[in-house]
Design a protein around this ligand. Sequence first.
Ligand code: PRP
Length: 184
Amino acid sequence: MQDYREFLAEILVSTETMQKRIAELGVEISNDYRGKDLLLVCILRGGVFFLTDLMRQISIPHTVDFMAVSSYGVGARKSGAQARLTLDLNTDINGRDVLLVEDIVDSGYTIEAVLELLNTRHPNSLRVCVLLDKVERRETPVPIDYRGFTIPDKFVFGYGLDIDEYYRNLPFIAVLDQSRYLGE
Ligand code: PRP
């Protein structure tokens, strides 16, 4: 695989800027959920990187669980098809204060489908925390309670976001220069 520097257009969100914002979100969430039974639900896989940094900035006791969904493909997603659950939670969320943690909201269909599913399980509350909001791409309205950054409609990678599964490990959000990316 290519070194990312060969197709890096720009760094959109630096490590320092991101960590500062995550610390702010951690304080906000800690204040809002003080005295509550907070459960963070992370949607695999991209959200894991944000989740672990966010958890370290949340100062109140909380638990974490994971779920995974896959869309039926880009075309299907565009037509509004539901995401398919490929890994379910181990936790009973009945009565829990659930906060969904996601790396990015694009069309909104993933979050919409997950919220619809989890709402049937009667949580005490259900809210959404996303690091990146690509708001221009939204096709279905989704509630976002905590937002790291609003970003333009550019192909981004790093910090959980992949290009063909690679480059998730980069500690910043980068923009792809498509003309220099060789791909498959
Ligand atoms: C990405 C991201 C969200 C979803 C957002 O996941 O992590 O789950 O897309 O897109 P949407 O708002 O249009 O539904 P992806 O399917 O790329 O899986 P990954 O997290 O494993 O990379």
